[in-house]
Each structure stands twice: as C-alpha cells, then as structure tokens.
Design a protein around this ligand. Structure first.
Ligand code: BES
Ligand code: ZN
Length: 668
C-alpha cells in the first residue's frame, strides 16, 4: 500500500466495489468484490445498455465500437473503462539505472464522461500524488485497494464530471513485473547496463498506472531521460542516433492497447535494412543482425500484398539481451526480439514473420479480452506461415506447419489430462486466473489450423479476400470471439453457402476431425533416418551417408531428434553428439529438443552444456520444457540438477520466465 502523505485518501463510496476495510481506517476496493460481484454488475449493466441501443455482444462491431473502445467486461482489469477512459497518455519519465527505477508522471487525457471516479490498474507501483488539469492545477484524493496477486490493485482517483486531465506521479519498485534491469555483464558488450519492459498480457500496470485492458485503445507520447551514453527506443517514433543529452521524445499516433506500450534502453545502434525497416542492437551484434534479418523488407512487402497496407509507417526490431522471455514481442513499429534468433543461417526468421504479422492480427485488430487471445495468436500463426510461404516456398511453410501440429497434439493430450481440460477450447474462460495461462499451442496452433481448415474448405482466393476485408473493416478496433463468429457467418459462410463446424472448433475441446492434414517429404525423410538409429543402425552418420550438421535446416534436425526413441542408449546419444555436435550447437532451438531427449535417455554428458543453456538463456519457451523434463525424470539427480541450475539462473531471468520455472519446480 503506497499512499502519499500529501494527499490522504478520503472516503469515496459510490459503488458496490467499496467496502469497509477491517484492517485500515479507510475504504478500499476489494478485488474479490470487484472481480466477482462488480464484474457481474458491469456485465449486467452492459447487457441492459446493449439491449437498449439494439446492439449486443453478437452484433457487428461497427455499432458498439467507439474510437477503438469496445464495451465488453474485462475480468483482468479494475478500470471503470465504460464510464471514463484514457484517450491519450503522455509519459514524462526518467530511467534511473543507479536506483533501478523509472520515475515520473503519467498524464492521462480522458474521454468525455459524467463520473466522479476514475479507476486505473496499478501493481507494485509507488503512487506519490495525483493532480487534475493540464498544468496540475488541482490536487485530488486517491486510494489504492487491496492487492490481488494476479491483477494488482485498483487506483481510484476522485475527479469532477468535467475533468479532462488526470496526472499520476509515481515510481516503479523492485517488485515490478514488467521491467528487467541488466547489469553490463549480462549484455553482449559487457560495458553498459540495459533495461526493457514486457507489457503483454497485464504487466504494463507494473510500470505505468493505466487502464490496463485491451478493450481500450489510446495514442501516446513520451519524454524520457536516460543516461547520456545510452539510447532509448519505444513502440513509437524512434531516434536512429543517440542524443547528446540523453533526452528522447516519442510519439505513437495510432491508437493502441496498453499492453503494447514498451521501452528499451541500452547501448544501441541502428542498422538500416530498407526504406522502412531496420534493426536496433548493441554495436557488437549489428553485423550479425544485418545478415540474419536481411529479408525483413521483403517480408513487409509480402505481408502487404496478402492483407493490405502496413499501417504503422515503420517496421523495426530491437535485439534485447538473452533474458528477454520471448522470441519476439510485437510492440508496434518496434518488435522486441531475443538474440537467440541470431542463429547465423536465417533459420529462425519465422519469428520475425510472426511479429510482423501481428501488425495486422493483434495490433490493428485486437483481442477484446484475454479470453479472446486466439484471435491475436491463431490469426498471426496463420499469417506468419503465409509470409514464409511467399518468401521461401510451400515446402518450408509445410515444414513449419508439421512441427506446429506435432506440438499441438502433444499439448492437447497434456491438457486433457491436466487441471483445466477446458483450456483446449479456443474461446477461454480465464476468470480468476492469470491470462498468461492462455498462452498455449491452443490459441496459436489450434487457432491457425482452424483458419487453415476453413481456407481449404472455401478456397484460398475467397479466404484471402475475406481476411483482407476483416483487417480493413476492423482496423484499430478490438474484437471478441463472438464478433468474429458473426462476421465469418455473414461475410464468408452464408454468401458461399458453406456449412462449417465453427462452434465445435471454437467452443469445444480438442482437435475436430475435419482438421486438415499436413505432410512434409523432407521431415518424413528425417523421421526415417531417426528410425534407422532407433533400430540400431548408425550407418548414416558413419561411412554410409556421412551426414553433416549443415546438410539440414533447424526444423529438419528438430524432426530428426523428435523421431529418436527414448530407449536409445546413452552410448548412441554420445555417438550422435560426437558427429553432429548438438550439445554444442549455436542453435538454441536444436538444443531445446536435444537436451530433452538427453534427459529422457539418461545421457548425462550433456549436463554442462544444458547448464550453460539454462543459465544464459531467459527465453521461456527455450527453457521451460527442459526444466519440466528434468522434474518428470525418474532419476532424482535430475531434479537436484534442475534446482541447482535454477538457483544460479534465476537472477538472470525476467519475472515471466522466473515465475513459470518456479511453478514447475514447486509442482514437484
Ligand atoms: N505476443 C506474443 C508473446 C506474448 C504472448 C507475450 C502472450 C505475453 C503474453 C508473441 O507474438 C509471440 O507469440 N512470440 C512467440 C513467437 C513464436 C510463436 C513464433 C515466442 O516468443 O516464442
Ligand atoms: Zn504472437
């Protein structure tokens, strides 16, 4: 609870969300009431209002969409966004590397409203004071409710029905979940510190006091001061050179949801790759970036050809330190990316295609709530693969699809036997749960296969026209699953007289029977090779075929390793490793597959390399499967190994990865 002495909160009792606190002599927002009782009340009110104006959740979004705001209840935000919402945010911030804090003011310019309270989301923030008016003319009262472990706290500000500007003075704390502060030793250059944010899904509230719901879109600007030897970049207009003073100004003129506000600060240099694309990285990585991402301009062109103009002017990337918990994050104008993409052979560029695709699916047309997350990711995986096909051909695209499908079937099987079998539905119900739990192969791959199956039914030409119209019609809007289902019915299925099991795909478990099949000759060949090894023949790596690591691309080796049996001997593993050097591969995706097999086959010589991987890499997907396999092993020394590595690594992980791995360890 952080309340300034200057502006002691006074009682503001105007909604059911407030109840008398037994521990404090003031009133608080009770998250349980807010999320249960109040959530329902909101929903009830929405229903009445929707009914009265003749639009409901199923209606075409044109009717209920106002300036990028969608009137649907979001269980993952406290904001009273239906009463009052931010239209523009100006951030005035200083990034203090000494104290590892961001400090400053969030100046919210609000929509017209008639309310006397504005509720924002905050988590682990120190709120110093709140003022009203463009020039801070009026001081006001505020209060901060109890903490909910997932949602954080509601910050309730007392305002007047004509209040246009709400200015929140704050600083971040050591508990912030969005921020990662890296000492120089954890960067490539090892001379300068680094800091970046990760906002999706609901972490923005831990570095900005904000209405942290994708149901609303805002424009933003920022004035940011950083140490003079560092450069700051944001999901906005960006500098290409360091400023002499360490001061930077940013503008994001297109309205975006809160989760896409992001900043990175470090020793950065810009490598231009085309008219509207380039990559920011530490100088030491600039050359490697230039090679690895050379196709970026071609990707943007291919994407535009498929589904319409790129709406964000510039498509740049910034390469963050190894701790970045994702492969990529689609922050508009500036994708944040993990240095593990620098494989040296352009074999991991599908992640770039993926983040680029989000410029349409996700950033232009945004999931209204985290229960509709598949609308962001399923469409993006579909679109990503179309970009890959356009640039590298059908076989490469199929290779990716095949691997995805393997992942999906494994995930469905796991989930069906887990605590939440209903999580295999595309439309989720994550009430009372962390939206992060929706980030699974269901949203990504089942979502993409739903679209691929639809495509195969209606034909590519019609399907592409439909998708292009969808992105154009709903540009800068937020959308629910129900909106999409309705749009699909009226714009594609009915006009073409097509029957399709849409309901089953979206609201039922598992993978429907009509899901398309994918084949890849090249991966089938790799499976054959693996079978030979399983059957005890090592000829193909010996004098026979004499294969080399460079004969196949990353995904082919992944298929090969997946084809190897858990019962092959540690001796065979050692022979393979000697010949193909998987344990020492520069490619972290191959290492991920190999280390899991090493654990299952008891090939302990891989451990030093596994330790190096787990300590250096913070990209969650590249480590969580390894920790899980270690914890599931029958050999107790594997669990000991996992715990000891995590002890060493956890300081280097971002909160997102640290908390996931901690959960894996705690579950055993
Ligand atoms: N937007 C996601 C990352 C994300 C999702 C962060 C949910 C927080 C909550 C990003 O576009 C993504 O999917 N990244 C993947 C790329 C892969 C699927 C090609 C990753 O990082 O692995
Ligand atoms: Zn994505």
């Amino acid at each position: 609870m952080f309340i300034s002495i200057e502006y002691q909160p006074r009682l503001v009792e105007n909604s059911l969300a407030f109840k008398k606190s037994s521990t404090r002599n003031n009133y608080i927002c009770d998250p349980r009431i807010e999320r249960g009782g109040m959530g329902k009340l909101h929903f009830f009110l929405f229903s009445i209002i929707s009914f009265a104006i003749g639009s409901c959740a199923n209606s075409d979004s044109e009717d209920d969409q106002k300036d990028g705001f969608k009137a649907v209840a979001d269980v993952h935000s406290y904001a009273n966004i239906e009463d009052i919402r931010t239209e523009h945010l100006h951030l005035d911030l200083e990034v203090d590397f000494e104290r590892k804090k961001i400090e400053g003011v969030a100046r919210h310019e609000m929509s017209d409203h008639k309310t006397t309270t504005a509720i924002f989301d905050v988590k682990a923030l120190n709120i110093q004071k709140v003022t009203l008016g463009k020039d801070d003319e009026i001081g006001t009262d505020f209060e901060i409710g109890d903490e909910d472990e997932i949602l954080g706290r509601p910050l309730t500000v007392k305002i007047k029905p004509d209040t246009k500007y709400i200015n929140i003075y704050y600083s971040t704390t050591d508990e912030t979940e969005a921020l990662d502060w890296l000492d120089p030793i954890l960067t490539t250059g090892k001379k300068h510190p680094f800091m970046y944010t990760q906002g999706q899904a609901i972490l923005t509230r831990s570095w900005i006091p904000i209405q942290d719901s994708p149901t609303n879109r805002i424009t933003y600007s920022a004035d940011v001061k950083v140490p003079q030897d560092l450069m700051a970049v944001m999901s906005a207009s960006n500098p290409t050179k360091k400023s002499a003073t360490g001061e930077y100004h940013f503008e994001m003129k297109q309205p975006i949801p809160a989760y896409l506000i992001a900043i990175a600060v470090g020793d950065l240099t810009y490598t231009k790759l085309g008219d509207r694309s380039g990559v920011y990285s530490e100088p030491e990585l600039a050359e490697a970036c230039g090679y690895e991402f050379a196709d970026l301009p071609k990707m943007v062109d291919a994407a535009e050809k498929l589904y319409g103009d790129y709406q964000w002017d510039q498509f740049d990337m910034v390469i963050l330190p190894y701790s970045f918990p994702f492969g990529g994050m689609e922050n508009p104008r500036l994708t944040f990316a993990n240095p593990t993409l620098l494989a040296g052979d352009q074999s991991l560029v599908s992640v770039v295609a993926h983040e680029l695709a989000h410029s349409w699916s996700g950033n232009l047309v945004t999931n209204a709530t985290w229960n509709d997350f598949w609308l962001n990711e399923g469409f993006t995986v579909y679109f990503e693969n179309r970009i890959m096909e356009a640039l590298y051909g059908e076989e490469i695209a199929n290779i990716h699809k095949f691997i995805e499908f393997q992942d999906l079937t494994a995930t469905v099987e796991d989930m069906e036997n887990g605590d939440h079998p209903e999580d295999t539905h595309l439309k989720l119900h994550l009430d009372d749960r962390d939206p992060d739990e929706g980030m699974s192969d269901i949203a990504y791959v089942k979502g993409a296969f739903f679209l691929r199956t639809l495509e195969s039914k209606v034909g590519r030409k019609k399907f592409d026209a439909f998708l292009k119209a969808y992105f154009t019609k709903h540009a800068f809007e937020t959308i629910t699953t129900e909106d999409f289902v309705e749009y699909l019915r009226t714009e594609l299925l009915e006009p073409n007289n097509i029957k399709f099991n849409v309901e089953e795909w979206i609201y039922q478990p598992g993978i429907p029977d009509n899901c398309i099949e994918v084949h890849s000759k090249r991966l089938e060949y790799m499976a054959e090779l693996a079978k030979e090894v399983n059957e005890g023949e090592m000829i193909f790596i010996g004098s026979g075929a004499n294969l080399e690591r460079n004969d196949f691309i990353t995904q082919e080796w992944v298929a090969f390793i997946r084809g190897l049996s858990d019962s092959i001997s540690p001796q065979t593993m050692a022979e393979l490793d000697e010949k193909l050097a998987f344990s020492q591969s520069a490619n972290r995706v191959i290492k991920l597959e190999w280390f899991q097999l090493a654990i299952r086959t008891g090939y302990k010589s891989a451990r030093p390399y596994m330790r190096e991987h787990l300590v250096k890499i913070g990209r969650r997907w590249l480590v969580e499967g390894i920790y899980e396999t270690l914890m599931e092993s029958d050999d107790p020394s594997d669990q000991e190994f996992a715990r000891s590595v995590f002890d060493e690594a956890k300081e280097h992980y971002h909160y997102v990865t640290r908390s996931t791995v901690q959960e894996i360890l705690d579950a055993h």
